[in-house]
Design a protein. Structure first.
Ligand SMILES: *Cc1c(COP(=O)(O)O)cnc(C)c1O
Length: 229
């Protein structure tokens, strides 16, 4: 087996185990393969192993890969920071956007979504650890933003996304994931269509799954270390 096939197999086993421990069904959790900096050939290899959901952070790089892999039935997720003057290709080429953190971006995505495409699935990125340097809306702003996004045509508000602050303390991370879960629970009273919690990466997927993650975003554990040039 190739290393990507091997890695996917290992990640799959971990996912199943984490789901079982959390008394959840494996089918409730989508594995998003985070393929930033990886060549199209690596994505093709993962696809050949059955992987369908891929997450990209950098717009130009992702557009090149979408073009190269257009013969495949891939579900593309945009998970990186969004500049407001670069929303059009995201609105046109992706099925999901996890990193919406302000109304202006959502409005542009809604306007620019092609009329014959399904609504664009949206997660609001929450700066759950209140880090100065991180993108994401604050916990205080999220309800208002959800209310506004839910009214936009061409978008489908699906849930929340977070990248918790790096921490060596696993109980701190656990608490952060739990706060995300309760935030989504609260929003669901008003917006029952919100069914998605995008959280958990290679190092912390167990804890994320224990706290209700429905999409885990796994890069390194599938593709190996990234090569930033
Ligand atoms: C890179 C990235 C990931 C994947 O991280 P790994 O540690 O490689 O699993 C997940 N989410 C986001 C938003 C990322 O930018």
């Amino acid at each position: 087996m190739s290393s990507i096939a091997n890695n996917l197999h290992t990640v799959e086993k971990k996912l199943s185990l984490a789901a079982e421990k959390a008394q959840r069904q494996r089918g409730e959790i989508t594995l998003l393969a985070v393929s930033k900096t990886q060549p199209a050939s690596a994505l093709r290899e993962a696809y050949d192993c059955g992987q369908r959901h891929f997450g990209e952070n950098y717009l130009q790089e992702s557009l090149d890969k979408i073009e190269l892999l257009r013969d495949l039935d891939i579900v593309w997720h945009f998970i990186g920071p969004i500049q407001s003057n670069k929303t059009r290709p995201i609105a046109e080429k992706f099925a999901w956007v996890h990193s919406v953190d302000r109304l202006k971006i959502a409005q542009r995505l809604s306007t620019q979504r092609l009329f014959d495409s399904a609504p664009l699935n949206i997660c609001i990125q929450v700066n759950i650890s209140a880090e100065e340097s991180k993108s994401g809306c604050s916990v205080d702003e999220v309800e208002k933003l959800a209310d506004e996004i839910s009214k936009l045509p061409n978008l489908r508000l699906r849930g929340l996304m977070a990248i918790p602050a790096a921490s060596k303390d696993s109980s701190e991370l656990e608490t952060t994931f739990a706060r995300m879960q309760s935030l989504l629970d609260t929003l669901r009273q008003k917006h029952p269509e919100m069914d998605t919690l995008s959280m958990g990466m290679s190092a912390d997927m167990d804890s994320a799954i224990a706290n209700g993650a429905t999409i885990v975003r796994i890069g390194t554990a599938i593709f190996g270390p990234r090569n930033y040039k």
